[in-house]
Design a protein around this ligand. Structure first.
Ligand code: SAM
Length: 184
């Protein structure tokens, strides 16, 4: 059975770790926006929030989106336009959550994702069974900070592979969305 159209995705550029375990803001990348929005469209996500506190980064996002709102883009690749229509900007996780609350008239359950095994992670099956709106957060850089996981309602179990566990955020998002969008 397919999930109701109340799954929201956030790509977090702050706060995330860099490889020295410092808390940083990462830059928005074109590839992430395109690929994750296409996965969101495929799996029935309501909105894809790109979260970055810097106005200069918001400008970059707007520039990417502006081209895809043009007539020429619609003629060139309308499928791409449909996917990018899901993209919204927010300057923080809190403001995106607030926007979703207004949209859904209900606070979303915040679920964070990670490649790591952590305490009390929720299974894909249990996450799928949550009936209300879900705000699913993905990290950039070296991943979401401990504080983000701590403030979330749930931390999702990782996608498990072999010994090598370094999925790109784009690949991780596609796999997680496939598992949460329906019970097959
Ligand atoms: N710059 C990197 C890239 O895309 O190549 C970003 C890596 S970032 C740490 C990857 C994000 O994807 C994580 O914060 C998490 O949200 C998600 N992710 C990666 N591997 C995962 C896994 N095995 N299970 C669940 N989520 C995963």
């Amino acid at each position: 059975m397919k999930r109701k159209n109340n799954l929201y995705v956030g790509l977090v550029h702050y706060p995330v770790y860099n490889k020295f375990n410092e808390i940083v803001t990462t830059s928005i990348t074109n590839l992430d926006i395109h690929d994750i929005s296409r996965s969101c469209k495929t799996f029935g996500v309501a909105r894809f929030y790109v979260i970055n506190p810097y106005p200069t980064q918001q400008k970059i996002l707007n520039r990417i989106l502006k081209f895809w709102e043009s007539e020429i883009a619609g003629k060139y690749n309308s499928d791409r336009v449909n996917a990018l229509n899901l993209v919204f900007y927010a300057d923080s996780i809190e403001s995106a959550t607030q926007q979703i609350k207004i949209q859904e008239e209900e606070c979303p359950a915040i679920i964070t994702t990670t490649a790591a095994q952590m305490d009390k992670q929720i299974s894909f099956q249990n996450a799928y069974q949550i009936k209300g709106p879900i705000f699913l957060l993905f990290g950039t850089g070296n991943g979401l900070t401990r504080e983000v996981h701590d403030m979330a309602d749930h931390i999702l179990e990782p996608v498990k592979g072999d010994n090598y566990n370094h999925l790109s955020v784009r690949s991780a998002a596609a796999i997680v969305l496939d598992r949460l969008s329906s019970d097959k």
